[in-house]
Design a protein around this ligand. Structure first.
Ligand code: C2E
Ligand code: MG
Ligand code: MG
Length: 618
């Protein structure tokens, strides 16, 4: 990490709340609204029984750039509307039928949430008594009727500037500029109230930096503040969204806030998969690992992170916070630079995961990996025409570990790049061995992860492979998932073209799951789609699946692609898919993933059976 970048960007994070406002507040800005502080997005409410007046004032304000002006002409509903919309500023008429402006003002000042909302009183009365009374109840400003447009705009702007400044003071941590605990807890309370127990989860990460007290004792308070700001800056870029903070508008974005001392919280609402918390915890640890420059010193921190999940671990904000803090203490006691969950089961799973990860680093060199091959069968030709190579890991202590467990870890740690290269090499070598044994030519498919493409090295790796295994020219297939294609950058696009030039075929794996965009089909020429197992499972009985598989097959064919159905387990499924004219099927019915020799035997066995069939009876 570039520490000078830390320093340079610090000013953006901690920019005093008023610097962006000063020109405006002193009348320096012509258009009246400073976009940087978002005044134009604040709601201004006008309460006046005369529709003409609210109309005119609304027009003046809209001309000045305010986008959310609300006029209320019925005084009896005014209070309720203020509570509903929580405007940043109220313009209030004093004399209205039904309820007077005084009464409304009084009620506002007694409301816990609206006590500090600025109110500009509109009054034709110039007598000092009215003004005094309004002031004593809590009016912030006056505006004389008939309203002068220039004065109106200036008073509104000044009131809003002050409001924004006060909100900042109340809602953010003065050292880092991050939202404070109050804001986060309020948001958390709102989210927990809305989140039904059975839907998505809410994650709360409690992070302690450690070393802060020591740093303050030796280098002083300001050094401590500098460290906090730098750390906050790095963390802010690693939590999911940039839009955190007191002004974040949607409740579904993540939020980083500073508690007290060296403690931070990260709120992760709307988690479909709790594993996301682990990913973010890792990213945070990673970004804090590099030493910080504080003055002339380089300071390292050893953070500890505790993770609590709602509704599993707790249902109230306070409980959730306590559990996350305890988990952080546990992480600290376990040697720091790590994370722990609030629940014992999750901790066990996390420990196991860490153990797997450590072991996976040595899997290739210890020769613990091997490939098994699953046949792809052509129902028309009645023979095996290809195979898919699937990875298997036999770990000495843990025994057999399946791809669903170790591939995600390999992807997260970046190990997939080297594992993937190993698989490509091994599969090509095996493909050649089969040919040398005289087996009929088979297309060999290898799964490729998004990260392998992101590394940009894959075309070079493939070129090397084809040089070492020339017989595999035209026989190698790469299976990609839809996600890779949907997010494809122009670099990925260029790589796909390079594969084509190398005579390598491209297949879309798990077609139809997760992503619904088919936009990529217009941009890339691909050779094969593999209909995901989930659509095949309930064939031939389930009518909707039947329609989907039929449509997918037609789509593939009309784009000139080969269509493969995955997960075929029964004869009925086979018959149904053959009738739909799926080109190939893959599944336990034809063969489970198996060792190379078994695969060769299976190919020969099916070929022999066909030969017997071909001999005319008699
Ligand atoms: P995939 O590429 O979609 O592979 C098909 C998976 O479905 C395989 O699981 C296979 O054993 C299983 N399968 C095939 N036919 C049937 C069937 O009839 N019924 C049932 N129930 N299952 C069937 P496996 O081997 O556990 O692999 C899981 C996933 O792990 C693969 O899904 C692939 O995404 C990933 N994977 C495996 N090997 C590699 C690899 O070398 N590199 C990468 N990047 N990913 C791999
Ligand atoms: Mg596959
Ligand atoms: Mg698949």
């Amino acid at each position: 990490m570039d520490m000078s970048a830390d320093a340079a960007a610090l000013s953006a994070l901690t920019k005093p709340a008023l610097t962006g406002l000063t020109p405006m507040a002193t009348g320096g800005s012509e258009d009246g609204i400073d976009g940087a502080v978002g005044l134009s997005d604040l709601t201004v409410m006008m309460i006046d029984d005369e529709p003409m007046l609210t109309e005119v004032i609304g027009t003046y304000l809209e001309d000045a750039g305010y986008r959310h002006c609300v006029g209320i002409n019925d005084a009896t509903v005014a209070l309720q509307k203020v509570r509903e919309l929580n405007p940043a500023l109220v313009l209030l008429d004093l004399v209205m039928p039904g309820v007077s402006g005084f009464e409304i003002l009084q009620a506002l000042r007694q409301d816990e949430h609206l006590r500090y909302t600025p109110v500009i009183v509109l009054t034709a009365a110039s007598d000092p008594d009215t003004k005094l009374k309004a002031l004593s109840i809590g009016a912030t400003e006056f505006l004389a009727k008939p309203v002068d447009p220039s004065e109106l705009v200036l008073r509104v702007r000044n009131s809003l500037v002050l409001k924004v400044y006060q909100d900042r003071l109340a809602n953010s941590d003065p050292v880092t500029g991050l939202p404070n605990r109050r804001v986060l807890m309020e948001r958390l309370r709102g989210i927990l109230a809305q989140t039904p127990a059975d839907s998505s989860k809410v994650g709360l990460l409690h992070l302690r930096l450690d070393r802060l007290q020591q740093l303050q004792a030796t280098l002083g308070q300001s050094a401590g503040d500098e460290l906090l700001r730098s750390a906050a800056l790095r963390m802010r870029s690693r939590t999911r969204s940039e839009e955190e903070g007191a002004r974040a508008r949607t409740p579904n974005t993540s939020m980083l806030c500073r508690l007290d001392g060296d403690e931070f919280l990260v709120l992760l609402p709307n988690l479909q998969d709790p594993e996301v918390c682990v990913g973010i915890a890792r990213r945070l640890l990673q970004c804090l690992a590099e030493p910080f420059r504080v003055g002339n010193d380089r300071i390292s921190v050893s953070p500890s992170i505790g993770i609590a999940l709602a509704p599993d671990d707790a249902q109230t904000p306070e409980e959730l916070l306590a559990i996350a803090a305890t988990a952080a203490a546990l992480a600290c006691a376990s040697g720091r630079n790590t994370y722990r969950f609030g629940s014992r089961q999750r901790n066990q799973a996390a420990m196991e995961r860490l153990k797997l990860e450590a072991a996976l680093h040595h899997a290739v060199e210890r020769r613990e990996l091997r490939l098994v091959y699953q046949p792809k069968y052509d129902p028309l030709k009645r023979r095996i025409v290809g195979v898919e190579a699937l990875m298997r890991w036999h770990q000495t202590e843990m025994g057999q570990v399946f791809p669903d467990r170790f591939i995600p870890i390999a992807e997260e740690t970046g190990l997939i790049v080297s594992l993937g290269e190993w698989a490509l090499e091994e599969a090509c070598a095996q493909g050649e061995r089969w040919m040398q044994q005289g087996l009929e030519p088979l297309k060999v498919a290898v799964n490729v992860s998004a990260q392998q493409l992101a590394s940009g090295q894959l075309p070079a790796v493939v070129a090397g492979l084809l040089e070492r295994h020339p017989q595999m020219h035209g026989a190698l297939v790469l299976e990609l998932t839809e996600g890779v294609l949907i997010d494809a950058s122009s670099e990925v696009n260029a790589q796909l073209q390079q594969f084509r030039d190398q005579g390598v075929q491209l297949s879309i794996d798990d077609f139809g799951t997760g992503y619904s965009s088919m936009n990529y089909l217009r941009h890339f020429r691909l050779d094969e789609i593999k209909i995901d197992r989930s659509f095949v499972k309930d064939l031939p009985d389930r009518q909707s699946d039947l329609s989907i598989v039929r449509a997918m097959t037609m789509l593939g064919h009309s784009l000139g692609m080969r269509v493969v159905a995955e997960g075929v387990e029964t004869r009925e499924q086979l018959a149904c898919l053959a009738e739909i004219r799926v080109d190939q099927i893959q599944g336990y019915l034809i063969g489970k993933p198996m060792a190379p020799d078994d695969l060769a035997a299976r190919v020969t066995e099916i070929a022999a059976r066909n030969a017997r069939r071909a001999v005319p009876a008699g």
